[in-house]
Design a protein around this ligand. Sequence first.
Ligand SMILES: C[S@@+](CC[C@H](N)C(=O)[O-])C[C@H]1O[C@@H](n2cnc3c(N)ncnc32)[C@H](O)[C@@H]1O
Length: 312
Amino acid sequence: MANTSSPSDAFSRPGLYGAAPPELVRVPDDAVQFSPLVPGAARLEDQAEGTLSGFSLLAPPGTVERRYTLALALRALRPGAPFTALAPKDKGGSRLGKELASFGCGASETAKRHHRICAGERPAGLSGLDEAIADGAPRFVDALGLWSQPGVFSWDRADPGSELLVRHLPPLRGRGADLGCGIGFLSRAVLASPGVERISLIDIDRRAVDLARRNIADARAEARWSDVRESGTGLAGLDFVVMNPPFHDGGAEDRSLGQSFIRRAAEALRPGGTLWLTANRHLPYEGVLQPLFRSVALKAEASGYKIYEARR
Ligand SMILES: C[S@@+](CC[C@H](N)C(=O)[O-])C[C@H]1O[C@@H](n2cnc3c(N)ncnc32)[C@H](O)[C@@H]1O
């Protein structure tokens, strides 16, 4: 398993971004993980220029996010150090070679298992990195009235399911949590109620957690970078949980992810506490909610989304 130690320990060590299939790229055991989707990983944004001895990068699918990540990785690499960047062909892989070339970085390109794999060495001179880094950096999005960043969930527009939930949320009271909080869209609405004493925001995406902290300047809120599925919430006796659970993992639909969010919510709630959930209509969450909650009510259904209130 790749290392998640701090950038200062990473001097002259290889970097890794994401979980590239091991049959496609060999990752050294001492590689430092930089993906914001791996809790505890080092921050590529803060890695000093020219300090890494190699880099393996499973490039993200969004164009702006991918160019940003490639630019950060190239900046952090020592001149002459080897790199491998790969992506599924239909998720940016077919553009990787051209994108690297646009930074002045030549690479040999191979195709394997529906991936494009570009390998080369970091040249001494590079161009266009600063622009790509500026394009992919956090920014204030007027349409949301929130700080956001290309790559986080629904980064430049409100998710219709989350909007529907906000329209149906009653004023909540007491202590609660926002599981898979993203940039804090739901928590902002929850905190409009003066009866809320405390809310814990949790997300697996470090960028989202950083942005949520920036967006929610409220002493009643605390945000944490962690994997709800693996580590649980560490919370108990809550009065409420709000969530728009994820149903994609690594780009593929994974219904078990939302189902484990529901189990985590049930564990964290006190008897009588409520879960407010928004979900795409096609997702089969009733079967998971029913045995875990005393009552489950469908509160709204519109534009392909359902809102549930489930009482523990
Ligand atoms: C559908 S989005 C909802 C975001 C936000 N609550 C909203 O309504 O706009 C789901 C969020 O769950 C996060 N997530 C995915 N898997 C997770 C996990 N295992 N643990 C914690 N958060 C996770 C994603 O990063 C994403 O921000």
